[in-house]
Design a protein around this ligand. Structure first.
Ligand code: ZN
Length: 331
């Protein structure tokens, strides 16, 4: 643009838009925003505390991607183990669909399918290290290795016919340490793997994403978990969590260990129970988050915003109607 020319309407519009975006980003990230949510904090304080875990209980965390188990439940996992329960983690995908992540970790501008598979294997390693920080040994983890971003397709168009993941080019499980290496990317194979995990773990409590979670992999896994647990007549063993809760939740972004984790806007009406974390448990959660270096480079402020005074678990997948059964209890 010639400097002497007046800015065009398009430039003015773009400038205004840019300012609006910057203002929004600043608003979302300012710690002072926390005060706006005082009312939210009061709501959290009024929630019932989740009942403690018991010796000998078996707890299974269903995690769509490496890092979800830590973001939702790192404090809960620590408390379960401190109470003498055994904790198992099942990752459904290796998180191999995040191209921008591969750009940074593989140092290439246009990641190839092989770069994306390398990212998948890197995230498998990170996941095992992260849960080791929380006290879960690799022997109690299951990497299923289905396609990141593809779970909805697996349960719709690709229940029986293998899906080809656009980022990795894979149509079968390729990651290291997978539960069933070479399993086709179908809904049927994924359900078969999950049934194997349930048969091996025989969980008393299953921590699964809530159906309100915005991410398609998360809410698809929620429906699968409900279906499998209902078939066993054990749906009352499910406890639900949210990671993608809408409206930039959790706000403010970044590390604020002295703030509560407020209710996720998309699932604010679930019958939430509060899990209060000690300072030591928060610190351990932060260490586990920091283990995910491929993720924290891009999403660090989002991820560290989950290191809060509490976590949230709902005994039911739907908003409360009257008195919800099982409120505030673990089986
Ligand atoms: Zn996820």
């Amino acid at each position: 643009m010639n400097r002497l020319q007046r800015p065009s309407r398009r430039d003015v519009l773009l400038g205004t838009l840019l300012l609006a975006v910057l203002a929004l980003v600043a608003w979302i990230n300012l710690p002072v925003v926390g005060r706006v949510f005082d009312r939210q904090a009061d709501r959290v304080a009024a929630l019932p505390a989740a009942s403690p875990f018991r010796v000998g209980q078996r707890v299974l965390v269903l995690s769509p991607h490496p890092d979800d188990e830590t973001l939702c439940c790192a404090g809960t996992i620590q408390q379960a183990q401190a109470a003498g329960a055994q904790v198992f983690i099942a990752w459904i995908t290796a998180g191999d669909g995040f191209e921008f992540d591969a750009v940074l970790t593989q140092r290439v501008l246009d990641p190839s399918p092989q770069d994306m598979r390398s990212l998948g294997n890197l995230r498998v390693q990170e996941a095992r290290r992260a849960v080791a920080v929380l006290g879960v040994s690799p022997g109690r983890t299951f990497m299923l290795g289905y396609p990141d971003g593809g779970l909805f397709r697996l349960f719709t168009t690709n229940y029986e016919e293998a899906y080809t993941a656009p980022h990795t080019g894979a149509s079968a499980v390729y990651v290291q340490h997978a539960l069933t290496p070479g399993a086709p990317y179908t809904g049927l194979a994924l359900e078969t793997d999950l049934r194997r995990v349930l048969d091996r773990v025989r969980p008393d409590v299953v921590l699964a994403p809530a159906p309100q979670d915005f991410h398609a992999d998360h809410h698809t896994l929620s429906f699968i978990a409900m279906r499998l647990m209902s078939a066993r007549q054990q749906e009352d063993r499910l406890r639900f969590w949210v990671v993608h809760g809408g409206l930039e939740w959790p706000v403010p972004k970044g590390l604020h260990p002295n703030l509560p984790l407020t209710l996720p806007p998309l699932a604010a009406r679930l019958p939430w129970d509060r899990v209060d974390l000690t300072a030591t448990q928060e610190q351990r959660k932060l260490e586990a988050v920091n283990t995910y270096q491929t993720q924290t480079r891009v999403l660090g402020r989002f991820m560290r915003a989950f290191v809060r005074q509490n976590e949230l678990l709902s005994p039911g997948p739907l908003p409360e109607q009257g008195q919800a059964p099982g409120r505030g209890t673990t089986p």
